[in-house]
Structure formats: structure tokens, C-alpha cells
Write a protein of this length. Structure first.
Length: 149
């Protein structure tokens, strides 16, 4: 009887969490509302005014996707949507994972940020971008980037 009760509670908990919407900037948000330009690129519509957005461990870009086994894909979808300051093509590579943080969406309540190095045609340097694939947030291009056309 206890086993049957536990299975019922677990089934209810799972069904409730899958339809959960998250508030982002006081707006209802669901991961399924993300718009894609194509299967490899998110549609971005604005550039952040926050100079720390994506550039610091404390303010990573929240692409989400771990819940749908699309975390690394979402990271690439975000990066594929960026262009350099004058619309230049960007290139990037994953430097590695860092920066343990608490998240209910991670393994045992913890997650790691991914650090990408991004550059664009004609640039003499690379930029370090921090991305969180565990949590969802509003997607914007970081300061210094534009949006790929």
C-alpha cells in the first residue's frame, strides 16, 4: 500500500513540474515558447543594456534545456544567433565548465556554467561568455554584440 501511494505521489509531482511556467522579468515564460530561426539558432530580438549579462559568473546567459536533454544544443543555438559589433560572423569554442552554483534543475541541486570563448571576423581578441544550461531566462545579445540577420 505504501509503495502504491509513493508511486501515485511521484506521478502527480512529475506531471505538475512538466507544465510549470517560470516568471522571467515578471512575464510568464515557458521553455516551449522559445522561437527558433532554424533548428540550430534561437531568434534574439534585443541587446542587453546590462554590461555584466553573460560576461560574469554571477550573471550568466540562461539558455536552459537540460530538462529536455538539449542543454549543449541550446548553448550553441544562442551563440549561433550572435553577430559581432558590426554584424560580423562570430566563431566560438567551449573553454570548459566552471563555477558550481545551486539550482533545482541540476544534479543533486547543483549545476556548472559553461565558459565559451567568442570572437568575430577582424577581431584581435576573444570574449569570454558564461552560459547556464540548467535554468531558463530571457535571451538577449550581450553588450558589444549584435544579432545575426
Amino acid at each position: 500500500m505504501k509503495k502504491l501511494f509513493f508511486i501515485g505521489v511521484l506521478a502527480i509531482a512529475c506531471s505538475c513540474s512538466s507544465s510549470k511556467k517560470v516568471a522571467v522579468d515578471n512575464q510568464p515564460y515557458s521553455p516551449s515558447e522559445r522561437v527558433l530561426v532554424n533548428s540550430q539558432t534561437f531568434l534574439l530580438t534585443e541587446i542587453s543594456a546590462d554590461k555584466s549579462y553573460g560576461y560574469t559568473e554571477d550573471n550568466p546567459i540562461k539558455v536552459g534545456g537540460v530538462d529536455k536533454k538539449e542543454g549543449p544544443l541550446n548553448e550553441r543555438r544562442f551563440l549561433n544567433a550572435l553577430a559581432g559589433p558590426q554584424g560580423e560572423k562570430v566563431s566560438y569554442y567551449r573553454l570548459g565548465s566552471c563555477c558550481i552554483f545551486d539550482t533545482e534543475n541540476g544534479l543533486n541541486g547543483r549545476g556548472l556554467l559553461d565558459n565559451y570563448r567568442v570572437t568575430w571576423e577582424g577581431s584581435k581578441d576573444t570574449v569570454s561568455i558564461y552560459i547556464n544550461m540548467y535554468d531558463y531566462g530571457q535571451l538577449k545579445a550581450p553588450v558589444g554584440f549584435t544579432i545575426k540577420k
